[in-house]
Design a protein around this ligand. Sequence first.
Ligand SMILES: [Zn+2]
Length: 381
Amino acid sequence: MSSVAPTDPARRLLEHRTGHPVISLYLDLDPERFATAPARAAQVRSLIDQAARQLDAADGLGHDDLVTLRADLRRIDDYLNSREPPFQGAGALGVFCSGRDDLFEVIQLPRPTPGRVVIGRVAYVEPLVEALQQRRWLVALVNRRVGRVLGGPVDRLEEHANFDEYVHGQHDQGGWSQARYERSVEKDAEDHLRRVADGVNQRWRSERFDRAAVGGPVEIVPRLESHLAAEVKANLAPGRVEVDLSSANDDEVRRALAKLVVEDEKELERETLDRLAAGVGSGGRAVGGPEDTLEALNERRVQTLLLEPGFDQRGARCQSCGLLMLKSGGRCPADGGVIEQLEHLREAAIEAALGQGADVMIVRHYPGLGPLQGIGALLRY
Ligand SMILES: [Zn+2]
């Protein structure tokens, strides 16, 4: 199975664990609401004001931290009001800044995300995890004459190559016999499909993709597939993109692929939930429910953390060793450290999972986590 959640930027941000505060600001770029500069500017204003009020009310921050955070906030404000930010093509922007750590990172999110600003000891990455959970696709669409190779997350596919070949049909048949002519037409079609497949194979090796898909007439697609490299075939979605290449525009291609992607996601969720069900309780490699899942996270045994979209509750965490608990009170059983209350256990669980190299899967299509109170995990051992 390929990686469930390409969450590398989130992981990277979480590595900034120096104890210095980080501002995490998410700017919504929903085209229906924030397509214009004035609408964006109003949202920036409101988020910066919120952050300034949080700083005024904050206790527990030292003087140096406060001074740096106010400067960080001005820096974010200036940046978002400049011409620099990559608004184009993004559903939202995440901006992460910690002047004391030399951290200033901007990440494009593919989908709109509610505007929000959070100041904490680590970057607030949860919206990033959910948004980046989208997998990267490599798609080849063919017919006898034309081939297109596209790649990227499903809602931001970009054309990588366009094979529009001058194959027989327009050729002057000269004095060829019909049989010889037909053989030559077939050879041209085969050469064309091999060229498209070579393009796909090369692209697969030079970039990171999670899944591949093909589309085209039923008599052509298997011929294309036969030229695909083994590693592409191994990640090929079972369905086909249903689109007529001779007439489809980009939107139609995207819609056809989106349908296939939903089917593919459902299947992956189904498979993962089946593994969860088979492993829970029997002493196998899975746990379900908040208590057992936290224990597995604390033991760093989690391979994939599974969450319902709405899962959240309060919890607690040791400030020195990071041990997660359901209830606060007393001292950490492991090292006697101070226990902090958590408003959002969801966030802490995702953070812990990413910190131990686990994937995070938000289960959207099936209610399988319901009986487990919305949380579970597949284990490494
Ligand atoms: Zn502890």
